[in-house]
Design a protein around this ligand. Structure first.
Ligand code: BMA
Length: 328
């Protein structure tokens, strides 16, 4: 069994693999776990980030409102299934109002590093770039400088420094729906100045990840390498189709790819993934991992409308990568 370097989450949301299911990852049988109208103002609640907080759970949620404005909201849960999400979006305290001026915010990720929860998201600043902030209590949030020049999306931090620097995956982008997209990694000594940009991997083949790829949840540290769950996009005759798979990155030099899945783990199959504001989208932004049992719970946006939950064992994904990778 691979060793997982993370936290013990005995109360992780979990259902055993259904009888007869041969898939590496399976869905929560009561999906969607978060419905589109959980709060009064929401049109949709989807690509969202969940972490452990004081023995329970908290998160930052993408809620588009009924004017279809994209923003991020804080929420809390005792069990990871039932959520209370604030009715008002996060209001960031900032060093400079030029930074907090709101165009839009979406697709948050959250990670505990050292002494605080860091939040990254796609931030509208003369086009999409990576917004950065932090909180300790999911009540007061502070915003710092954007990580990059526009245009960029899917900024995903590693949960610890590597080689003395913070590391972040991202996906250089454009102003629109981006018909391309490869994953890069950047380093920073202080979460403000980002450099040493390296290519990790790009769109590949003719299938589910042939148009573009982007990082998903915070990478999971294991004795075998960083387990990274990422989304891939197929450009079908009926538009983009978003699925997700997994890759294994080198522990010390995570721009070096050990394996990268040939098959997807989850693709839009269920009605709530195929029908919604944007059909055929499964878009993971968060994962809880229990280091003691290897249980993994992934939160993913479904059809840009609701949030789903899916389960797997980290060891099963690592074993599956050995037989279902492009490198194998
Ligand atoms: C991407 C992002 C995601 C969204 C996806 C599908 O470019 O905008 O927020 O889920 O498209 O619409």
């Amino acid at each position: 069994m691979a060793r997982i370097i993370g936290e013990s989450i005995p109360n992780i949301p979990w259902q055993d693999r259904p009888a007869g299911c041969q898939d590496v990852m399976w869905r929560y049988d009561k999906n969607p776990v978060i419905k589109r109208d959980l709060i009064r103002v929401s049109n949709s609640i989807f690509n969202s980030a969940v972490v452990t907080y004081e023995g329970k759970f908290a998160g930052v949620f993408r809620c588009d409102n009924r004017a279809r404005e994209m923003n991020i909201f804080a929420g809390r849960s005792d069990d990871g299934y039932n959520w209370v999400i604030d009715e008002e979006p996060i209001e960031f305290q900032a060093v400079d109002e030029a930074i907090t001026k709101l165009d839009y915010r979406y697709d948050p990720r959250v990670v505990w590093i050292e002494d605080r929860y860091w939040v990254s998201w796609c931030n509208g600043y003369h086009g999409p770039t990576i917004g950065m902030g932090y909180t300790n209590d999911f009540k007061t949030f502070y915003q710092i400088e954007n990580a990059y020049l526009p245009y960029n999306r899917n900024g995903v931090l590693f949960p610890r420094k590597i080689g003395g620097n913070y590391l972040m995956l991202s996906r250089p982008s454009d102003t629109g729906h981006t018909p391309f997209g490869d994953i890069f990694i950047s380093q920073s000594p202080d979460m403000i100045y980002w450099g040493k940009h390296r290519f990790v991997f790009g769109a590949y083949g003719d299938g589910w990840q042939s148009k573009k790829v982007g990082a998903g949840p915070i990478p999971i540290e294991t004795s075998e390498g960083w387990l990274m769950i990422y989304h891939g996009v197929l450009n079908s005759c009926n538009g983009f189709v978003y699925s997700f798979g997994a890759a294994l990155l080198d522990l010390d030099e995570p721009w070096k790819v050990i394996r990268r899945s040939r098959d997807y783990l989850i693709a839009p199959w269920m009605n709530y993934e195929c029908v919604g504001d944007v059909p055929n989208v499964t878009f993971p932004c968060a994962a809880l991992v229990d280091q003691d049992t290897g249980r993994l719970a992934v939160y993913y946006g479904c059809a840009d409308t609701v949030t789903g939950l899916a389960f797997a064992y980290v060891d099963d994904i690592l074993a599956w990568l050995e037989t279902h990778s492009y490198e194998s």
